[in-house]
Design a protein around this ligand. Structure first.
Ligand code: ZN
Ligand code: ZN
Length: 180
């Protein structure tokens, strides 16, 4: 049975990792496994932006994929960016095996609110399912409640559900069955 591997990259607590694992399992019906944490690749840091280039991290993740790994998902607390955007919640290779999600801007504390592990877990699961959806070939969906809706702000993440809309669900079931 191929697995989805979760690779913590610095500063992500076990509660969030366990919740991600459960969310992945119930969404994709594939058994996830959590790998030992590694440090964020230092060359992904843009010192002037004080953010990490997510595409550089993605390139490194592939080397950590175990032989039975279907996908590898990096999860980090550092702030991620791609050059054309101010920040990203995550990035994935479409039809690829790698994805990364940052909890940095999913934390209520980032917006001056009280810490809330449950809310953080819900937001993280949505962005994780979204990025894994890309690895199975799904594009962005225009339905604001669908997990494949692009989150420009955390409000977008809060509005969407941790599920695929009907149209995306049909696609993902087909793609996951083919891949696994
Ligand atoms: Zn996306
Ligand atoms: Zn959709």
């Amino acid at each position: 049975m191929p697995r989805i591997y979760i690779l913590p990259l610095d500063g992500v607590g076990t509660y969030i990792l366990d919740r991600i694992a459960k969310g992945v399992e119930s969404c994709f019906h594939l058994s996830p496994a959590i790998l030992p944490a590694i440090t964020v690749p230092p060359d992904a840091l843009d010192a002037s932006r004080r953010q990490y280039h997510s595409t550089v991290i993605l390139r490194r993740l592939a080397a950590h994929l175990p032989p039975d790994g279907l996908r590898i998902l990096g999860i980090t607390n550092v702030d991620l960016y791609v050059p054309r955007l101010r920040f990203v919640f995550g990035e994935a290779v479409i039809h690829g095996k790698v994805a990364v999600v940052s909890i940095h801007r999913l934390r209520p504390e980032f917006y001056g609110q009280a810490s809330d592990n449950e809310l953080l877990a819900e937001r993280t699961i949505k962005e994780v399912i979204h990025e894994l959806g890309h690895t199975f070939g799904l594009q962005h969906c225009l339905n604001p409640q669908c997990v494949m809706f692009f989150s420009n702000t955390v409000q977008d993440t809060d509005r969407k559900l941790s599920q695929f809309c009907e149209s995306c669900r049909v696609q993902i079931e087909d793609k996951v069955t083919t891949a696994s």
